[in-house]
Design a protein around this ligand. Structure first.
Ligand SMILES: [Zn+2]
Length: 373
């Protein structure tokens, strides 16, 4: 071939390669964010629920300690087994049946799968900020009722076509309107003992219940938060629903291990009921992803510190994540995973629905095991 013809050919080849690479990149990005079966997302958090109980069941050292468990016998009867797999299933039957067989459980450090807070504070507001904004912002360092400056993934999803007005959160803790900045984000947030302003017989009964029932942790019971969220789900059919439980953390701070376990067990039952409800509705069946996680861990190395958390408490930055849905791998309990961070959840939420969450602050990659089968 003539020298110039050869040169032109090589230049063409160079640009063709670039063009092909360009299309391959576009194809890959589209594959990541578009090939998803998830049409709805449901998120549930258990405040300060330790991974130790999730993966190992009740802790024998805390059960036998009268300071923390006044009636050890009844706790043993209800939740104990010598077999660790049976023991965790007794405490979290839904996690260790349905999710174990059809979803994924991340965070068993004894099997080499670590999930961590990326923030260094290891308490609630920084944790929830990290979950929803994907940004372990060092300026978010108190539980005070401060309107969150950081844009969150739920608010981003609420701005997408077909999702506006279809994102709702029900929480027991009354700081969530601030964490999710409902004034800016326009997400429906019902928190603490907010009146349920929906004039139906079901919501009227739920209002009576939440105001008349005893409030051992000074806000409505988790079961009332759940039932309000469930009634909203059935009535308004949101595309994204978030339910935030709180009792586990409060009972742990109070040093009441038996109550902490009972709340954890009840919350597992509510999640089972929620999944059953979702799978019974054509709008949700087989096209909804459910993600369950916590805001922070608690102490363990020094056993008495199980009641506490925060940056001075060893192990309190250790968390866990469970997920089930049409795009999530059926791994069950994952062993030897790459280290995962709470901050990856925000982009995971968006990616499941086919969106790329790129706010003005840094974010991390979605959790691949949850977003792509
Ligand atoms: Zn706490």
């Amino acid at each position: 071939m003539h020298f110039y013809a050869m040169l032109i050919f090589k230049i063409h080849l160079y640009y063709m390669k670039k063009l092909i690479l360009h299309f391959v990149c576009i194809f890959l990005i589209q594959t990541i964010y578009a090939q998803h079966k998830t049409e709805n997302l449901v998120i549930v958090t258990l405040d300060g629920m330790r991974w130790q109980e999730v993966f190992k069941g009740v802790d024998p050292a805390i059960i036998i300690n009268k300071k923390f468990t006044s009636d050890s016998e009844s706790v043993v009867k209800k939740f104990w087994s010598d077999d660790i797999n049976e023991r965790r299933k007794k405490l979290f039957p839904f996690l260790w049946t349905t999710i174990e067989t059809s979803g994924i459980l991340l965070g068993n450090r004894t099997k080499g799968c670590e999930v961590n807070n990326a923030n260094k504070y290891w308490f609630s507001y920084p944790g929830y900020n990290e979950i929803f904004t994907g940004y372990p912002d060092t300026a978010v360092n108190s539980n005070d009722k401060i309107k969150n400056k950081n844009v969150n993934a739920l608010e981003f999803i609420n701005q997408q076509k077909g999702f506006t007005g279809k994102v709702a959160a029900f929480s027991t803790w009354d700081v969530f309107p601030y964490i999710l900045n409902k004034w800016r984000s326009n997400i429906y947030v019902n928190a603490g003992v907010d009146t349920l302003n929906f004039n139906t017989p079901e919501f009227n009964v739920l209002n009576d219940l939440q105001f008349l029932a005893p409030q051992p942790i000074d806000v409505r019971l988790d079961v009332n938060t759940y039932l309000a969220g469930k009634a909203y789900l059935k009535t308004y059919k949101p595309k994204v629903l978030y339910i935030a439980f709180d009792e586990t953390d409060d009972f742990a701070h109070a040093g009441m291990y038996d109550q902490y376990l009972k709340s954890a067990y009840a919350e597992d039952a509510m999640i089972a009921d929620l999944w059953k409800t979702l799978q019974s509705m054509p709008e949700y069946k087989n096209k909804t992803t459910l993600i369950i996680t916590c805001d922070h861990g608690r102490g363990d190395a020094i056993k008495d510190q199980w009641t506490s958390h925060g940056e001075k408490i060893a192990d309190a930055g250790q968390i866990w994540i469970a997920a089930i849905g049409p795009d999530t791998k059926h791994i069950g309990e994952e062993a030897n995973c790459q280290t995962l961070y709470q901050a990856q959840l925000a982009t995971t939420f968006a990616a499941l629905l086919g969106f790329n969450f790129k706010p003005g602050h840094p974010v991390m990659q979605p959790i691949e095991q949850i977003t792509s089968k």
